[in-house]
Design a protein around this ligand. Structure first.
Ligand code: ADP
Ligand code: MG
Length: 140
């Protein structure tokens, strides 16, 4: 077991439905610890840069519009194998394909409005954490 940090976003569909606590409860029950958290409203520039890897995908413009449609909660999560553990508790991108008990199966609205983002590698986690947090904002 290796203690890792990963990056999570509670997306606008979840904050709109007042599910910040419900999402966080599932994260905590999975063994992840919230070591940094803030509620922010992404700018279009921030959302476009954050999702830059998807710039050529047909859903990119809709995704950016969705991500700036309301507040989000950005978080740093810590735990054993936190990157994989978070991806497990998130569930599949399309909630229709997600396993029972996962955040996306239980809470998400659609393949786009799927309630959470989670880093897909330790390297991307470090980049994404640094995009939103300074080291003094992370208290383990
Ligand atoms: P994940 O969030 O599971 O890592 P991706 O990185 O592939 O998934 O996609 C990033 C986000 O883009 C997804 O979480 C979802 O909000 C949106 N998205 C992905 N695929 C589609 C799609 N086919 N149609 C609409 N939105 C999508
Ligand atoms: Mg992804």
């Amino acid at each position: 077991m290796t203690t890792e940090r990963t990056f999570s976003i509670i997306k606008p569909d979840a904050t709109r439905r007042n599910l910040t606590g419900a999402v966080t409860k599932l994260l905590e029950e999975a063994g992840l610890r919230v070591v940094a958290s803030k509620r922010i409203h992404l700018t279009r520039d921030q959302a476009e840069e954050f999702y830059g890897v998807h710039r050529e995908r047909p859903f990119f413009n809709d995704l950016v519009s969705f991500m700036i449609s309301g507040p989000v909660v950005v978080q740093v999560l810590e735990g054993d194998n936190a990157v994989a553990k978070n991806r497990d508790v998130m569930g599949a991108t399309n909630p229709a394909n997600a396993d029972a008990g996962t955040i996306r199966k239980e809470l998400a609205e659609s393949i786009e409005a799927n309630s959470v983002h989670g880093s897909d590698s330790l390297e991307n986690a470090a980049t994404e954490i640094a995009f939103f947090f300074t080291s003094d904002e992370i208290v383990g």
